[in-house]
Design a protein around this ligand. Structure first.
Ligand code: ADP
Ligand code: MG
Length: 255
């Protein structure tokens, strides 16, 4: 994590899939150091938003920037290098690698190696990787996985795999961390632990954009909540305010 707190500004992002408008002039601002939740009914465009600002989809209109640096149209690895790191809705770990090696891949990528070069280097465990190794262990301590460092990732229980994914995303030293449904499939206790972890990440100065369905988690941890419905932003405010917004209630419970 870097000393400077970062700001994401997305303006009028429009994404179309054939005749379907998945995002319609969606604007959103993640203020420096805040935890910002992006919510909305299924199909509202949340994943499309995340996939767009991480460079997997190209917007047909609009743009977005991180700390004043224009990123629309840039490839995903360049966006990652600019400081935006993400986890996926479905965990994507390297199952046959150890927990520690999975985090080391994140570091190697930050150093500018492509994914496959990073994998090869990590596998080889070179002597010059000592520093990377030390930093990776530090992150395992941060997420509470230090006792599992040498286990193969695929043998971790699901909840711990989720934590490992967050550790790997943090290894890239993001300014903004995108978490796509991190609470999905977790137990109540694991969700409490996730909440504490999100707070600790924000305390490091990393801004967080949280896609989530779990209402209690959002209310507990988010500074700002933005609501998408049919690709449009219908509200963006403090959680307690958004909760009372008639349009939001309509979007969730209306016919
Ligand atoms: P959410 O994550 O809020 O559930 P999505 O962003 O996944 O919503 O989807 C928004 C809309 O865009 C949906 O109607 C979905 O079917 C459509 N969509 C998403 N991704 C694609 C894609 N790659 N190709 C075609 N349609 C897509
Ligand atoms: Mg989704």
């Amino acid at each position: 994590p870097r000393a400077q707190k970062s700001e994401l500004v997305a303006r009028d992002l429009t994404v179309r899939f054939g005749g379907l408008t998945a995002l319609a002039k969606a604007s959103l601002r993640v203020k420096p150091g805040e935890v910002h939740a992006l919510i909305g009914p299924n199909g509202a465009g949340k994943s499309t938003f995340v996939n767009t600002i991480s460079g997997f989809y190209q917007p047909s209109e609009g743009d977005f920037e991180l700390d004043g640096i224009q990123l629309a149209g840039k490839p995903s690895h360049e966006i990652a290098r600019a400081g935006l790191s993400r986890t996926f809705q479905n965990t994507e770990l390297f199952g046959e690698m150890t927990v520690l090696e999975n985090v080391m891949v994140g570091y190697q990528q930050r150093l500018g190696y492509g994914l496959f070069a990073a994998l090869l280097r990590t596998g080889a465990m070179r002597r010059e990787d000592a520093e990377c190794r030390r930093a990776a262990i530090g992150l395992l301590v941060f997420v509470g996985l230090q006792d599992y460092a040498n286990e193969e990732a695929r043998f971790l229980p699901f909840g711990l795999q989720r934590r490992l994914e967050i550790a790997r995303a943090l290894a890239a030293r993001p300014r903004l961390l995108l978490l796509d449904e991190p609470a999905a499939g977790l137990t109540t206790q694991e969700i409490d632990e996730l909440e504490a972890m999100i707070r600790r990440i924000a305390a490091l100065g990393v801004s967080v954009l949280l896609i989530e369905h779990h209402v209690e988690l959002i209310m507990a941890v988010a500074d700002t909540v933005t609501v998408l419905d049919y690709g449009q932003v219908i509200a963006s405010d403090a959680p307690a305010v958004v909760q009372e917004n008639p349009r939001v209630i309509e979007a969730y419970f209306g016919t």
